[in-house]
Ligand binder design. Structure first.
Ligand code: GDP
Ligand code: MG
Length: 216
C-alpha cells in the first residue's frame, strides 16, 4: 500500500511540473507534441520527414529520449533542426524532471514547434505526463494490430494515432480495420492516420494535422 501511495505522489508531482512547463511553452507560443510508440515503429523517421516538410515554414526544436546513445539526435541534426538528446540511463520514459534539465537551454521565443520523441515503449510513457499539447502514438504494421487492446492507456492518452509502414502491408499480418475499431472503442473520435515514412504515402495528412494545430 505504501508503494502505491508513493507512486501516486511521484505521478502527481510530475503532473504539476509538466503543467508549469506547459505554461512556459504557452507564454512563448510553442506548440508541443509528444510522440510515443514501441521501439522501431518510426518515431525518428516521422520527425525527419516533418522537418523536411515543415522546417522552412516553422521553427522546429526536437527533444530526443533514449535509454542510451545520440543516434537519433544525430539523425535529426542532419536534417537541420536544433536538437537535445536526453539519455534516461535505464528509465523507460521521459518525465518532467528530465525536461527540467534541458528546458533552460532552449531558446523558446525562437521556437514554434517542439517535437518530443519519447523512449520506445508502449507502457511507461503513457503514465508520465510531459509538457505537450498533444500526444501521438505510432503503431507500425510489423507489430500487429492488437496493440490498442493490450496497451490501452497509451491510446486513451493520445490525440492522434498513426499507422506507419503501410508499404509493408502485403508482407505482414496486420488488419487495419481491426486496429481502427480497437482504437475507436477506446476513443471514438480520434484520428487514425495511415502513412509510410519510407514511400511518403499519407504524409500530407500528418502535415495537415500539425499545421491545423499550429494555426490555432
Ligand atoms: N519499410 C518501412 N520501414 C520504415 C518506415 N518508417 C521507418 N522505417 C524503418 O524502421 C526502422 C525504425 O525506424 P525509426 O524511425 O528509427 O523508429 P523509432 O525507434 O520509433 O524512432 C528504421 O530502420 C527505419 O528506416 C516505413 O514507413 N516503412
Ligand atoms: Mg527513434
Amino acid at each position: 500500500m505504501a508503494e502505491i501511495r508513493i507512486m501516486r505522489r511521484v505521478l502527481a508531482s510530475n503532473d504539476a511540473l509538466a503543467s508549469s512547463q506547459l505554461e512556459e511553452l504557452d507564454r512563448n507560443n510553442v506548440l508541443s507534441i509528444n510522440i510515443m510508440s514501441g521501439p522501431g515503429s518510426g518515431k525518428t523517421s516521422l520527425i525527419e520527414r516533418t522537418i523536411e516538410a515543415l522546417g522552412k515554414k516553422c521553427r522546429i526544436y526536437v527533444i530526443e529520449g533514449d535509454i542510451q546513445s545520440n543516434l537519433d539526435a544525430e539523425r535529426v541534426a542532419a536534417k537541420g533542426a536544433p536538437v537535445t538528446q536526453i539519455n534516461t540511463q535505464g528509465a523507460c520514459h521521459l518525465d518532467g524532471m528530465m525536461m527540467a534539465s534541458v528546458f533552460p537551454q532552449i531558446d523558446f521565443p525562437n521556437v514554434d514547434l517542439l517535437l518530443i520523441e519519447n523512449v520506445g515503449n508502449l507502457v511507461c510513457p503513457a503514465e508520465f505526463t510531459l509538457p505537450a499539447h498533444y500526444n501521438v502514438t505510432i503503431v507500425s504494421t510489423a507489430e500487429g494490430s492488437d496493440k490498442p487492446v493490450k496497451y490501452p492507456l497509451m491510446f486513451t492518452k493520445s490525440d492522434a494515432v498513426i499507422i506507419n509502414k503501410i508499404d509493408l502491408l502485403p508482407y505482414v499480418n496486420f488488419d487495419i480495420g481491426e486496429l481502427i475499431l480497437a482504437v475507436h472503442k477506446l476513443k471514438p473520435e480520434i484520428p487514425v492516420i495511415q502513412i509510410s515514412t519510407k514511400t511518403r504515402a499519407g504524409m500530407d495528412e500528418w502535415f495537415a494535422w500539425i499545421e491545423e494545430k499550429l494555426a490555432v
